[in-house]
Design a protein around this ligand. Sequence first.
Ligand code: ZN
Length: 144
Amino acid sequence: MNYERDKDRFKTLIMAVAVEKRAQQHVDTALLRLMFDALADVDIEDLERVRKAVCLKTRYFPQAGEWLEEVDKLPPPTVLGLLPPRADEHGQVTFCEACKDTGWILKDRLDGGAPNASKCTCRATNPALGAGKRKKLAHERSET
Ligand SMILES: [Zn+2]
């Protein structure tokens, strides 16, 4: 997780669990920060994914270690890098068909407004989304 990017989402997740465990009075900024640091190596998506399992696991407000145990049980993400990438007729290689390696899936809105963007599940493993490449790809796409 990245503190600046994910802190609000992390807080929402932890507070939701705290409410479920009737422990919200124990959760303050200091505790949130401690938990964030303890779980900093984990993706926020994975934490959200194991939320239910973590809540079922303990009667009380789950500790960082209990979150980590559940995250360890997650199946490994599909390793897109091991799949042969597909090249289109222009020789453009696409690892993820769903988002065309942009990391975002755009959904048209019924009211005709600007489309909603949601994160693609390939983000953690898509080699096309490595540092620096995201920008380059978006740039190349805008030219074709
Ligand atoms: Zn994707």
